[in-house]
Design a protein around this ligand. Structure first.
Ligand code: PMP
Length: 412
């Protein structure tokens, strides 16, 4: 890579041509200076003894033999790839079964499966918010929701995080005939639940659709892990909510890959006919559909799994708080420890890794300036010994923060 860059630069110098990569190099150097460079960490199959608190495999199902075998069986039966888009050759019986199981599990009208949660969000919001729609989007929403709002033809208004008053004011003042309120059910970095019951009441009062991204809630919150909307009582067995649209990913608690939209039949029909991320994308691979289907069965059959994930998150937050680190009370399986500057967060993640604990490290633009943090996922399958290792790693972080004289949460 470096060789390629330096060769292209030398070529540009020699030939007196403008160097088209100069701006990229300058931007990269600036990110380096601000502590914002990123590198994928390549893992080994056995994890090399490193405790994983960075993945989104909340229930430990990615390696569950029932899920892995379902993926293998699906590939043997249907092939390695889905062979085409959903409307051509990509829809198998597995996709159909997965959709009906997801709709049942989340008490929705119908479900539609996509090849990723990212695409599910893009497709849902662009299809539901044509010109003449106001989209009210929480400031802390995930990049896929932000990108979806950017792509949609409607007008987007970003409201302060969890501020239901601002949502109501935006809807009341709108000039557009239609509106969409967009939020995560459980916010991906902070692990906090959105006030869904209140948002639903507000959306209803103003004739708006409520779009809830259940990526970090499905499998973790609500009875049997049925998600944040069910936990909030706005979806349930006898409570069809025609104005509620849920998106989900199959890649977190379900340990597979892919995404879904769960909504009223009218919404799903709209997505089938007009959702570009549905129509123009190769369908989810059969192995992923088979794995997700098996994982969903496990989640529904073992209600102890989400309970354990949430209990472990509370324990990890307690450990952090006991060390004077700034960790909120978690609503799901995510614990975030706010450290402030990207440099502090990167150094803290490195300290954890030195102790064989891999944690997530979130820096701008994933979080606001000054909000860099460690993100720890408290999997259901953590043991007491694992939790001791977490305490050991976090006490090193707390020690470093104290030694640097920075109070946790202050940007340096
Ligand atoms: N929504 C949220 C809140 C997420 O955190 C993510 C993944 N990080 C996605 C959507 C995208 O899902 P996928 O990874 O399946 O594309």
């Amino acid at each position: 890579m470096h060789d390629y860059i330096s060769v292209s630069w030398q070529y540009a110098r020699m030939s007196q041509l403008p160097d088209p990569l100069r701006r990229l190099r300058a931007d990269t150097a600036e990110r380096e200076r601000r502590g914002l460079r990123r590198t994928p960490r390549v893992r080994t199959p056995d994890g090399a003894g490193v405790l994983d608190l960075a993945s989104n495999d909340y229930l430990g199902l990615a390696r569950d033999p029932r899920v892995v075998e379902a993926a293998a069986a699906a590939a043997r039966c249907w092939g390695a790839g889905s062979t085409g888009s959903r409307l051509v050759t990509g829809s198998t019986e597995l996709h159909a079964r997965l959709e009906s199981r997801l709709a049942e599990a989340m008490y929705g009208g119908r479900a539609l499966v996509f090849s990723s949660g990212y695409l599910a969000n893009l497709a849902a919001i662009t299809a539901l918010a044509p010109a003449g729609t106001l989209i009210v989007s929480d400031q802390a929403n995930h990049a896929s929701l932000i990108d979806a709002c950017r792509l949609a033809r409607g007008r987007t208004l970003v409201t302060p995080h969890l501020d239901t008053g601002a949502v109501e004011a935006a809807l009341a003042a709108r000039t557009e005939p239609a509106a969409l309120v967009v939020t995560e059910g459980v916010f991906s970095v902070s692990g906090r639940q959105a006030p869904l019951a209140e948002l639903h009441r507000i959306a209803r009062r103003h004739g708006a659709l409520l779009v809830v991204d259940e990526a970090h809630a499905l499998g973790v919150v609500g009875p049997q892990g049925r998600g944040a909307a069910v936990a909030a009582g706005i979806a349930g067995p006898g409570a069809p909510a025609p104005d509620l649209v849920r998106t989900a990913t199959l890649s977190k608690s379900l340990g597979a890959q892919g995404g879904a939209v769960v909504a009223a039949p009218e919404v799903v029909e709209t997505l089938v006919d007009t959702g570009r991320g549905f129509i123009f994308d190769t369908a989810l691979a059969p192995a992923a559909a088979g794995a997700a289907l098996a994982a969903l069965g496990v989640v529904l059959a073992e209600p102890g799994l989400p309970l354990r994930a949430r209990a472990h998150a509370r324990k990890v937050a307690e450990i952090a708080a006991g060390l004077d680190l700034r960790a909120g009370a978690p609503d799901a399986a995510v614990v975030s420890v706010v450290l402030g500057s990207p440099h502090t967060a990167t150094a803290a993640a490195r300290l954890c890794l030195d102790r064989d604990v891999h944690v997530g490290c979130f820096r701008p633009p994933s979080v606001p300036d000054g909000g860099s943090c460690l993100r720890l996922t408290a999997r259901a399958d953590l043991s007491a010994a694992d939790l001791d290792r977490v305490a050991h790693a976090l006490s090193a972080v707390a020690g470093a923060v104290r030694a640097a004289g920075a109070s946790p949460g202050t940007a340096r």
